[in-house]
Design a protein around this ligand. Structure first.
Ligand SMILES: [Zn+2]
Ligand SMILES: [Zn+2]
Ligand SMILES: [Zn+2]
Length: 178
């Protein structure tokens, strides 16, 4: 079936475990976020051009792509480093928590799709990819009435400061019962 006519049935593929690593430059306070397949990212300060990077924190995460079982379309998520749910930021500036509070009563679970943050500016996940992600996770839900809403990382691009939890394995999304 041609991909344009397909009502895609997404399946997860290329699942790879690793870590979201955050670094901060102490000269200009830039931050960056990348995905590492190793559990011991460099923790020594190092110089790179103008910047002197130091380790700021890491969180276990998982990377994956989605493939359609009907038309063989593949959507890669190279820019996605993880999904995060905020459980209780007392900081009212956390949009992720504010939205979670509003949506909880409607049985909608809010997640931020954290993307890779190079110094040159965030590589945002496209709207098209976000809707593929949302369709995939909602199609898998077995609890009636429950919904998952995955938002762009701009709602929280700071996994260390947010009182949130990074999804370490995809089964966690189905187990989050209210
Ligand atoms: Zn398809
Ligand atoms: Zn710098
Ligand atoms: Zn938060």
């Amino acid at each position: 079936m041609p991909a344009e006519d397909c009502n895609h049935n997404w399946t997860m593929t290329n699942v790879r475990g690793g870590y979201i690593v955050q670094e901060a430059c102490y000269r200009c306070s830039s931050r960056r976020i990348y995905f590492s397949y190793e559990d011991n990212p460099p923790r020594e300060k190092y110089r790179e051009g103008e910047h002197i990077w130091s380790y700021f924190g890491s969180d276990q995460s998982v990377k994956f792509d989605l493939a359609c079982s009907k038309c063989d379309k593949l959507v890669t998520f190279e820019e996605l480093v993880g999904l995060m749910h905020c459980f209780g930021c007392t900081n009212t500036e956390c949009n992720l928590y504010t939205l979670s509070q509003i949506c909880q009563e409607l049985d909608i679970w809010i997640y931020a799709a954290l993307s890779h943050l190079p110094t040159t500016g965030e590589v945002a996940i496209s709207l098209e990819k976000l809707s593929v992600l949302n369709k995939f996770f909602n199609d898998r839900l077995r609890s009636p009435g429950k919904k998952i809403l995955i938002l762009p990382s701009a709602f929280s691009s700071d996994p260390q400061r947010c009182y949130g939890e990074i999804i370490r394995d995809i089964g966690m999304l189905e187990m989050t019962e209210a």
